[in-house]
Structures are given as C-alpha cells and as structure tokens.
Write a protein that binds this ligand. Sequence first.
Ligand code: MN
Length: 367
Amino acid sequence: MKTIKLLHAADLHLDSAFESLSPEQAAERRQGQRELLFCIEEAAEKRGVSAVLLSGDIFDSNNIKSETERDFNSSLGALRCPVLIAPGNHDPYSAYSVWETMRFPENVYIFKNEELECVEFPGIPARFWGAGFQNTFSPPLLRGFSAPEKTDGLPDIMVIHGDTGVGASDYNPISRDDLIKCGMDYVALGHIHARTPVMHAGKTAYAYPGCAEGRGFDEAGEKGALLVTISDNGVSAELVPLGGVRYEIVTVDIGGKDAYDAVISATDDLTSNDCCRIILTGECRELPDINALRKSLEGRFRELQIRDETVMKRDIWAQKGQDTLAGVFLDKLFIMYEAAKSDKERGKIELAARYGISAIENGGEVI
Ligand SMILES: [Mn+2]
C-alpha cells in the first residue's frame, strides 16, 4: 500500500449564534471560525495531504453569512487536493440545504446521499466512501454495509458523521460490529466534540478529531484537526492545532502562596486569546480577595472565571486540653512538637496530628 496522508477535521459549526455573547463579540467569534478554514488550507498545503476530510457539522445551521461562503471558497477552493464532506446533524443534506444553495469550489465533493457511495480521484491512491445525514436525526447508515473485497491494495477511507457511543442514539449510531464489518482502513468520524486517539474495531481504524475550536468550557483543551497517515504499518494520527480560541479549566492551589503569582505560573501556556476558568484550592488563613485577583488579571485572558474552593486553614491544636480522645491524643503530640528540633520534624508531627484528628473525626479523610 502506498502511504497516504489526510487532514481530518469535523464539527467546525461555522456561523454559530454564540448567544451568550454580545452581538459584536458573537460576530468576532464567527470571524474567528472563518479563519479556521484558512488554517485548514495552510495545514493541508504544508503537510502535503492527498485529501481533506470534513466529517459533518461544518455549518452550525442552514443560515450562512455571505462572508462564510466567500471564505470557504477562497480557502478550501485554493487547495489542489479534493475536500470531501459528509453532512451532519447540524447541516443535513436536503434540496434546500446549504449544500444546494451555496456555491462550492470544484474540488469539494459532498456525500449527499443516505446510501454509502464510493468516489475516486485521478492520481490519488485511495477509495473514499461516505454518506450524509438527511435530517437532524439519522438512522444507522453503516448497518449491514461492507465494502467489496480489495483487489488492488488501495486503502478504503470513509467520511461520516455519527455516534459510536454506547446505547441508542438518534445520530447515526455506529456499533463496534458495524465498524468491524465495514471493511474500511480508516473511518473519519465527526459528531463527538472530544478528540479521540486512533481506535480499532477488528481491522478498521477510526477516530474523532473533536471540534475544531472550543465554544465553551464544556469543550476545553487544545483543539484542531488530525493529520492521518495510512501505510502498511497501519493508521496513525497527530493533532494539528488550528489556533482557535481555547478554553481551559485550571486548578490552582494558592495555600501559603501569593494568589496572583500562583495563577500566572499555572497558566503560562495560555494566551490572551484563550478563555480560562480558574478554580482556587488550598488551605488559606483568610478568604482570597477574588475582586482584587480579577482586577490584577485584567487583559490576561479573553474571558476569565474564578471559582473559590479554598478552605480556611484550621488550627489543628484547637482541641488540645479537652477531655476527649482527640484532646488526649493532641496533648501527647504537642509535647513532642514543643521538643522538636527542626521545622521538618515539627512538620511531620503536624501531619501526624492532622491524620490522627481526621481518623478520629471522619474516618481518615485528610483535613
Ligand atoms: Mn457537532
């Protein structure tokens, strides 16, 4: 088999409403989404891929801005390789859908049918299979399908939007059995917004690239497309970041530290284009001043959320002298604490006091 490289992306959700943002902010995010198209074009050019696979939910709805049509054409239309698209639940195919009303470049191939079809391109050593959602919901599209037996050694590659999750799904449920029997070398999936590694069902490799850019803290982490390599050694994939807005949830222990410094050092890989939710933890002698912290971080992130989950530092010796098991236990330890010759030793005794009190009070959870 000749080695073939592909760029696989999905769930761009272009022209999303971004309802929680102001109209100006939402328009700016939609502009950012269009820029993903140019990043895909650049990555495809730079990596010399044989095809770009877009596995559905390219558009968030049928309501497309003229700028999006323009940028789609000038980015992906400039590629010399084919761009294969399988419509998903947000952009299903119908005679009135964007897939018929929008003008597409000549190198874009859209899988318009519910039945799986095969397409080949001159000079590209692969067969491409695909099908499209016809509605918001889709019956299983792979059930009972199996590609004809290979006679020429070409890889069989499928582009499809669907749900490999467990249990019933209204979004083209794809079972492990479907994947085993379909006879593909690689199934380029879309729908699940979290990226997966390359997985295997029998001889079939499959992966979700996840959404191309986060739109909220439920889509946290670095996002992008997958550069997929198919060769005699099997299928491998590497993340190609597309540079969109990134969401991150970062837990920062500020116990005994300066909160600002601790936050800055915990978020040094994030830029001012990213959205950050900071969860403050740790034992503090006083409540952290969230307003002051927020003010000092102004401009550091595109969006900043701060949650305070710190706990007040407790005086572990408070029960000393009491006529209880804890009291007697602490009295004994305190004598050792007073006699200790170093901070290290005192630290050990403090820890012993914490574990002991915790065992006495709540069965061992460290306080
Ligand atoms: Mn989606």
